[in-house]
Ligand binder design. Structure first.
Ligand SMILES: [Zn+2]
Length: 361
């Protein structure tokens, strides 16, 4: 039987496909500083415009069998993947949050997160075109759709303070989530800089955690703050194992050795330099490398893989994945953690839930 809830979920799925399609344009163009409006969709290889019926989300990709109709060059699987992922996130919001502002809030948040995950994965950039408006939207949605603000409520309780207005408390909680997240990363970045004299995080990561904090609030952003680094560490361990089992190349020549030092040094200057060198043409990237090397003749060898941990770990990707999971399972993660280790704190949180009118549902 077709219930209204099922129809809404389907409608959100279709909307997700459409927004995912637009997101693909953003992912391809924003890191390259291109307009997302003009020109219309075209093949990145041959420049031929894409017919509207081939631009239908997922179906267009299937009809074309993943190849450009004009030049036959392959279309990245990223296109249908982003469309389906956005659609799934949108559709999942309805059963979770019902016909409330919360559904809209987390659709917007999911849209931004999927975009940032893929942009970071492809270019190593977390463009502020997404993160800064994200922070503002997160704060605005806290006022419009106040959620669970128990993190800030508990914090205020420690100082014997109360905020009675549910919206004001939610806005405070959103700001607290953003500030605590950003401060924590900024502190980690500063320590790393002092110890190793190079960037461990990009500024994009700081903006991203501020954005997730603004949307999720203080309590749930702590889940992202803990799980993001754990997931990145697990990925690093996988890379380390892969590195260990890979057969060693023979002793490098002097030239090869020099080249690898150069690429390491370029990487050491952080995500911004490396990332900005990628989408541009080699000629545009060249002057910056000359700066770091001081020798115009030696060409850096990007084919050579830099040694482990000198390579950038896509931290933003893992933060984004954790934030997506936290939308749906953050509360469950907290309940599990508190129930397991801190039943007394759980009792306090439950007293909050009882004391305040629940706006959700
Ligand atoms: Zn083409």
């Amino acid at each position: 039987m077709l219930t209204a809830g099922f129809l809404y979920t389907c409608a959100l799925f279709l909307a997700g496909l459409a927004f995912g399609s637009f997101l693909n344009v953003c992912i391809t163009r924003i890191p390259r500083d291109e307009s997302v409006v003009r020109p219309g969709s075209h093949c990145r290889a041959c420049g031929a415009p894409i017919r509207w019926w081939h631009n239908v989300p997922v179906l267009g990709f299937l009809v074309l069998r993943g190849r450009c109709r004009d030049c036959g060059s392959p279309i990245s699987l990223r296109y249908p993947a982003v469309e389906v992922l956005t659609a799934v996130v949108f559709a999942a919001c309805y059963p979770w949050f019902g016909p409330t502002w919360m559904t809209l809030k987390f659709c917007v948040f999911g849209f931004l997160l999927v975009g940032l995950i893929f942009m970071d994965a492809e270019t190593g950039l977390l463009p502020h075109e997404f993160t800064y408006p994200g922070i503002v939207l997160g704060l605005a949605f806290a006022w419009v759709a106040p959620g669970d603000s128990s993190g800030t409520w508990l914090l205020l309780l420690l100082f014997q303070k109360h905020v009675e207005n549910v919206r004001a408390l939610a806005l405070l909680d959103s700001a607290a989530g953003a500030l605590v997240g950003a401060a924590f990363f900024y502190f980690a970045w500063a320590v790393y800089w002092l110890v190793r004299k190079r960037h461990g995080l990009g500024f994009g990561d700081v903006a991203l955690i501020a954005m997730t904090g603004a949307f999720l609030g203080l309590k749930l952003n702590l889940v992202v703050l803990v799980c993001g680094p754990i997931l990145t560490l697990m990925y690093a361990i996988v890379l380390l194992i892969r590195e260990a089992v890979r057969p060693r190349p023979t002793v490098p020549t002097d030239e090869g050795l020099a080249a690898s030092t150069v690429s390491t040094e370029t990487l050491a200057h952080g995500r911004e330099v490396v990332a900005s060198a990628q989408p541009e043409s080699p000629q545009a990237a060249a002057p910056r490398q000359t700066e770091t090397m001081g020798d115009a003749d030696a060409a850096p060898d990007y084919e050579e893989e830099p040694p482990f941990l000198q390579r950038e770990l896509p931290f933003g990707v893992f933060l984004g994945i954790c934030a997506l999971g936290t939308i749906f399972f953050g509360e469950a993660a907290w309940a599990w953690y508190l129930g397991r280790f801190h039943s007394s704190v759980l009792a306090m949180v439950q007293s909050y839930e009882g004391a305040h009118l629940r706006v959700r549902h």
